[in-house]
Design a protein around this ligand. Structure first.
Ligand code: BGC
Length: 515
């Protein structure tokens, strides 16, 4: 079903506001900076912009710890700035999507503060439990960041539950007041002209009220778990702390509140169940798409892509992405940091069906930045230093020019910027990575690649060949993961990430019109 004027499989550009452009000299990006560059974003050819949280927050978890879901944090500007941003986006032909963090609040949120102060109505909006008789935590649940999922509060003499940091108490989504708050937040932002939402951590929304211990994960389950298992979370099978039964049905409420014309995606972070849950969340009447974290964590490998081709009936249900504010920049993590690899991934993402989420700066070919422990502020990176995910390295602000602080700020950037001059926006020409992104995004739109479907795929050595059909045209996409050139009989391609007269060079993608 089409959502208002949204394309079925949009290309969406993620902006991390704190790192985009600072107009005040504070050292942090702001909403006015995004507005100023809106036509520059639109010029890339994307369909929409998605803003990471800009709501009132102590910013312990980069804004995903929200203290007031309906107010702009002064560090990012004012509500009038947000309204101007929406107007500028719509004027530039872009839809606006914003994050909604409904799973938890900040511990500074008035509701949680009231709970601590003894307000039982407020306490019921979260999950509080008495300790076991020996004073220990109510069960064996772990937070996704690896610590216990229960933190003691001495005032209440109880533990509270949190799926992420201790400063992010989990809400109880079965509570009618919490549902009222969610409806109110969603309708509030729709009233401000927002066209869609990205729902944070949807697979954490509900837990089994029995609060039984999770069983240990079997070796098979552990094998299928994404990510590094230095986080003990991966040692459990998350049957009781995560979406028991049809927990994904909560998405029907989200759809109801957001309206039929809103484009809605969710984030599935649930380890071994992530694809199954993504599908549950995208059943009719629920979300349009739900992305998993396999692609950025394992790399867009033939195995990961083929699993998605084989397990989903409609590519619209599982958006593709490689980088975000949570993952190291893919040109470094899945590639060797070169422009060749930036082009390789860009054409791969553009040519394959399904929505495409791009992260600010990937179109400049930005590599993952290296920060010292002293420079790092992200609690997750610091918790596992130096083996954490490198979230701050992906959040280093954008280089706009080769001037002081790369033209990002007149003050001191909140993370140090050591970009080489050739990466800056000012230095990028038509022949640059950004020029190539514009070309592949335009080709994707004109050929309708995003709306296509995979009809066949096969892997031979390092060459993955994917046959697709889009707008009554058949396409052949060849992805050469290896270093050696592979000859084909296909003749000159329609588009390729490296020069080609028919062969697929090492680490390149080539696309042919197959009829
Ligand atoms: C966000 C992260 C955040 C976590 C907890 C995620 O999935 O993208 O940045 O730390 O949710 O809110």
């Amino acid at each position: 079903m089409l959502r208002g004027d949204w394309p079925k499989n949009p290309a969406i550009y993620q902006v991390y506001p704190r790192s985009f452009l600072d107009t005040t000299g504070s050292g942090e990006g702001d909403l006015a900076g995004i507005t100023r560059k809106m036509s520059w974003i639109a010029d890339l050819g994307v369909d929409a912009v998605w803003l990471s949280p800009f709501f009132v927050s102590p910013m312990v978890d980069g804004g995903y710890d929200v203290a007031d879901h309906k107010a702009v944090d002064p560090r990012f500007g004012t509500m009038a700035d947000f309204e101007a941003l929406v107007e500028a986006a719509h004027g530039a032909g872009l839809r606006v999507m914003i994050d909604q963090v409904l799973n938890h609040t900040s511990d500074r949120h008035p509701l949680f503060q009231a709970a601590i102060a003894g307000d039982e109505f407020a306490a019921d909006c979260y999950l509080w439990r008495d300790p076991k008789p020996d004073g220990t935590q109510p069960n064996n649940w772990l937070s996704q960041f690896g610590q216990p999922a229960w933190t003691w509060n001495h005032r209440r003499r109880q533990y509270y539950f949190h799926q992420f940091l201790a400063v992010q108490p989990s809400l109880n989504l079965r509570n009618p007041h919490v549902q009222d708050l969610h409806r109110d937040e969603i309708t509030f932002w729709r009233g401000k002209g927002v066209d869609g939402f990205r729902f944070d951590a949807v697979t954490s929304y509900l837990f089994d009220e029995s609060l039984k211990d999770n069983p240990p994960a079997s070796p098979e389950v552990q094998d299928r778990v994404s990510g590094a298992n230095f986080v003990p979370y991966t040692y459990q099978d998350h049957v009781y702390d995560m979406l028991p039964g049809d927990g994904a049905a909560y998405a029907e409420k989200l759809r109801d509140w957001a309206g039929d014309d809103a484009y809605l995606i969710g984030e599935s972070t649930s380890g071994n169940q992530q694809l199954t849950l993504a599908l549950a969340f995208t059943e009719p009447g629920r979300l349009d798409g739900c992305y998993t974290i396999d692609m950025p964590e394992k790399g867009a490998t033939p195995e990961v892509l083929q699993a998605i081709f084989d397990q989903i009936d409609d590519p619209a249900r599982v958006p593709k992405w490689l980088s975000s504010h949570d993952q190291p920049r893919h040109v470094s993590s899945a590639g060797d940091g070169t422009d060749r690899d930036a082009r390789f991934f860009a054409l791969m993402m553009a040519a394959l069906p399904g929505p495409w989420l791009l992260f600010q700066g990937e179109e400049l070919g930005l590599p993952q930045a290296t920060l010292s422990q002293e420079e790092t502020v992200d609690p997750l990176d610091l918790l596992y230093w130096p083996d954490g995910p490198g979230r701050d390295g992906a959040r280093v602000p954008l280089p706009w020019s080769d001037g002081p602080n790369c033209g990002f700020t007149g003050g001191t950037p909140w993370l140090p910027m050591r970009w080489s001059d050739d990466r800056s926006v000012a230095a990028q020409s038509e022949q640059s990575i950004r020029g190539f992104y514009r070309e592949v995004i335009a080709a994707r739109r004109d050929a309708g690649w995003g709306d296509g479907r995979v009809t066949a795929h096969g892997l031979e050595d390092d060459l993955l060949t994917v046959e697709t059909e889009a707008a009554d045209t058949r396409w052949r996409v060849r992805i050469n993961y290896g270093p050696e050139t592979v000859e084909t009989d296909d003749g000159p391609p329609f588009l390729s990430s490296q020069p080609s007269t028919g062969a697929v060079m090492g680490r390149s993608v080539a696309v042919w019109k197959a009829g």
